[in-house]
Design a protein around this ligand. Structure first.
Ligand code: PLP
Length: 391
């Protein structure tokens, strides 16, 4: 008996990149002093009012099937929350509640792509995208960005990558791993490409609640883009709710039936107590959210200061998100070698940027999900290691 071709197609997500992380976890289990900066799960608790709302919903009997694309009240809450982020009015009937942004990415690919299609994606690219695009039999076409220019998306490079097979452009802004955001000007350029070649714009915005500087621009706010745009978002990062598996899509009106058909056979609706708690997460003005955002911004600055002056490292301070990229090319090591040797020498676990495509090569992704004091300690250890190489 053999597994399906489909599962073969979606296999692999740069397994080598996770080797250091796997070893770090094993070292931690053995009681060693390891600082893990290789994963992307906020270290904060989900704000209390959301947890209380889930308890209450369970006690009140919200333990049955939830509505397929989300309860009306939830979709209204999503529409107004996403509307505030996007600065545009959103029709609750164009909202689909999904089990986290990852589920939203997968659903978007299945509802828009056919076998043989190409999807243009700027690099660095979040690790699951290749499999997501591959699921319906499409191919990811990677377009580089320049680390020296803050990983800014190059519109002319995207235009040059368009072929008769191109079906979509997939964006992640703010980006994981780089934190780079697509500017209004760039987004307008991308919009023009999409309109000229009749392409989808699939836009993953899971870090849009964690913008420290600059403005996050949503394609829904650009003229004539709503009919070809799918926005993907979740509360996983902004609300420290990764384990709740709650996210959403904003889809064009003409795609409502396609998505609800998919939801029927794929998810059958989110758990109804999760839907109830999610309404509180989106509707209430929770002070914890601002506190978490401030903490991430402060940690980012701590990292930039902590690594300043180390000859062989460049810390690329991001305007948004939960990660910093550091350029280790001057050390003479590849990012894989640097990550492995740093773990052995100093007990700091990082993720090689090569896992995110060619533009991430020679960089490490460091997550900001440990308390300030541990982050300072991590910077000391990284600096010491980099200087020992130079020595
Ligand atoms: C860019 C990006 N998209 C999607 C996801 C998945 O998010 P969720 O937990 O909402 O499924 C992640 C998680 O790290 C991410 O970084």
């Amino acid at each position: 008996m053999r597994p399906s071709d489909f599962t073969t197609r979606i296999a692999g997500e740069g397994a080598a990149a996770w080797r250091t992380h796997g070893r770090a976890r094993a070292m931690e289990r053995e009681g060693q002093d390891v600082i893990i900066l290789s994963i992307g799960d906020p270290d904060f608790e989900t704000p209390r009012p959301i947890i209380e709302a889930a308890y209450q919903a369970l006690n009140e009997g919200h333990t049955h099937y939830g509505e397929l694309v989300g309860a009306r009240k939830l979709r209204q809450a999503i529409a107004s929350y996403q509307g505030r982020l996007s600065r545009v009015a959103i029709d609750p009937d164009n909202v689909v509640a999904v089990a986290g942004a990852q589920c939203g990415l997968f659903a978007s690919a299945l509802c828009t792509l056919n076998p043989g299609d190409e999807v243009i994606v700027p690099s660095p690219t979040y690790v699951t995208y290749e499999a997501v695009v591959g699921a319906p039999g499409a191919t990811l076409v990677s377009v580089p960005t320049d680390p020296e220019r803050g990983f800014e998306v190059d519109v002319s490079a995207l235009r040059a990558a368009v072929t008769p097979r191109t079906k979509a452009i997939m964006l992640n802004s703010p980006n994981n791993p780089s934190g780079a955001m697509v500017s209004r000007e760039v987004l307008e350029g991308i919009g023009e490409i999409c309109k000229a070649h009749d392409l989808w714009l699939i836009c993953d915005q899971v870090y849009s609640g964690l913008v420290f500087e600059g403005e996050h621009i949503c394609p829904l706010s650009l003229p004539d883009m709503a009919e070809r745009t799918i926005v993907i978002n979740s509360v996983s990062k902004s609300h420290a709710m990764t384990g709740w598996r709650f996210g959403w899509l904003i889809i064009p009106e003409h795609m409502r039936t396609s998505f609800s058909n998919l939801m029927l056979c794929m998810l059958y609706g989110l758990p109804s107590f999760i839907q109830q708690a999610a309404i509180i997460a989106l509707d209430q003005d929770l002070e914890e959210l601002e506190e978490m955002k401030r903490a991430f911004a402060a940690r980012r600055d701590t990292m930039a200061t902590g690594l300043e002056g180390v000859e062989s490292l460049v810390c690329r301070t991001p305007p948004a998100g939960m990660f910093c990229m550091i350029d280790v090319r001057k050390s003479g090591l590849t990012s894989y070698e640097f990550a492995e040797r740093l773990l052995d020498a100093e007990g700091v676990s990082t993720l090689p940027g090569d896992a995110f495509g060619p533009s991430g090569a020679g960089h490490l992704r460091l997550s900001l999900m440990v308390p300030e004091a541990r982050l300072k300690e991590a910077c000391l250890r990284i600096s010491r290691f980099a200087e020992s190489l130079a020595g």
